[in-house]
Design a protein around this ligand. Structure first.
Ligand SMILES: NC(=O)c1ccc[n+]([C@@H]2O[C@H](COP(=O)([O-])OP(=O)(O)OC[C@H]3O[C@@H](n4cnc5c(N)ncnc54)[C@H](OP(=O)(O)O)[C@@H]3O)[C@@H](O)[C@H]2O)c1
Length: 244
């Protein structure tokens, strides 16, 4: 079985056995150098993966109903978040953007078949009126948070029919999903490079090594020049939405 087939069948079985009904099944998928950097410095756009790994990313997108990134990734990479290098449907693009900074010229406003969903907080100030917008704004109750609180946001996505979600980054978003024990699976592309740059995972606020999120069982294989590492994410600690 090829690596692409192995990952597809693993994901299918994980999604099938997923029992929660209050949020989607969530996969973290990102590319990093061997030192854990996802880019040279925050806000820089760097192509880390080889072409075969890029194709895998597009395959992964096609295997999820939604794809989510943080606004900083939109501002630095201007991603399309479509499936172009694999046969399959485009997932619903979703952006976490509490201050409604999505630029009108961004690629996500020119998606071939979906209107991007922008998850924001209640009372966020929009610079354009809703009828001008090429995206749909979904407000999440702010409580005491400045960021979009992820637990209610994930619950809203599930209510809107998103049963599986791929989270593509960047680092702040990956860190928040791990902090909350919200990601069920991970697929990492390890590019054989050292960047000494901006790392995929920031402070998780966990000091006891026994309580850190871990991958088990873990699988790996070479794809083109890269190493792909994938597996289920397990958590032993207690996680709750931090107040910012
Ligand atoms: N190698 C890879 O696979 C990969 C993938 C993606 C991105 N990247 C790189 O990563 C960098 C961007 O990453 P980043 O860490 O700066 O930003 P990010 O994770 O893309 O976006 C973070 C922003 O999202 C908004 N947000 C709203 N609610 C949030 C929540 N609950 N949790 C986290 N964020 C929330 C916040 O902005 P507001 O306060 O304005 O809402 C926050 O500052 C870029 O350089 C990009 O090239 C690399």
């Amino acid at each position: 079985m090829s690596l692409n087939q192995q990952i597809e069948s693993w994901l299918a079985s994980r999604k099938k056995s997923f029992q929660l009904t209050n949020r989607p099944f969530i996969t973290l998928a990102f590319a990093q150098a061997w030192d854990g950097s996802i880019t040279t410095s925050k806000g820089e756009s760097v192509a880390l993966s080889c072409s075969a790994s890029n194709q895998l990313t597009h395959q992964l997108r096609s295997l999820h109903e939604g794809i989510l990134v943080g606004i900083e990734t939109v501002l630095s990479d201007d991603p399309q978040l479509t499936v172009r290098e694999w046969a399959g449907n485009n997932p619903q693009p979703i952006v976490l953007d509490s201050r409604l900074r999505m630029p009108p010229e961004s690629n996500l406003h020119h998606h071939p078949d979906k209107k991007c969903w922008v998850l924001t907080v209640e009372n966020a100030e929009a610079s354009a009126t809703p009828e001008d917008l090429a995206h749909e704004i979904i407000q999440v109750s702010r409580h005491k948070h400045d960021f979009v609180p992820l637990l209610p946001a994930m619950s809203l996505l599930r209510e809107k029919g998103i049963e599986s979600l791929m989270v593509e980054g960047g680092a702040k978003v990956i860190t928040e999903f791990l902090k909350l024990g919200l990601a069920d699976a991970v697929v990492m592309t390890m590019a054989p490079k050292f960047l000494g740059g901006y790392k995929a995972v920031g402070d998780l606020g966990i000091t006891d090594i026994a309580l850190v999120p871990h991958i088990s069982p873990i699988s790996y294989d070479k794809l083109g020049e890269d190493l792909i590492v994938w597996g289920d994410l397990k958590y032993r600690g207690k996680y709750s939405e931090p107040e910012k």
